[in-house]
Design a protein around this ligand. Sequence first.
Ligand code: ZN
Length: 140
Amino acid sequence: MIATLPFLQSRFESFNEVFFGGQLPPVPLKLGHATRSLGACTYKKRRKLFRGVEYYDFRIRISTRFDLPENELEDILLHEMIHYQILVNQWNDTSAHGRMFRARMKEINEKYGRGIAVSYRFRNGKLSRTVRGKGAPAGS
Ligand SMILES: [Zn+2]
């Protein structure tokens, strides 16, 4: 299937309840046309008054260029929701897909039998996932 806003909206709400304890604040969900990444969690960054930076103005964007099985589309949304959880809580991960990201990913995959990957590539009409390793920034 191709991502639609009602699909993303309903999945965001149910995933938030099931996987994130309902703790994620609402976020604008957008459809995009990226051909090189399937999803993205975008944000702005500003310096805090005294030290450090904070993240704000979040958006989750899912590409409509890919026709994927529903569960794979859901896993891509979950991937972006993990980024969002880390950013919105201003947690400092070791890298974009650092220890914290991987721990959350593993927890959800194991506990709920999901197949969230660190990165996704779409080549010759097939989706490939990287579950371990540093992973390319694709599907960030
Ligand atoms: Zn990512």
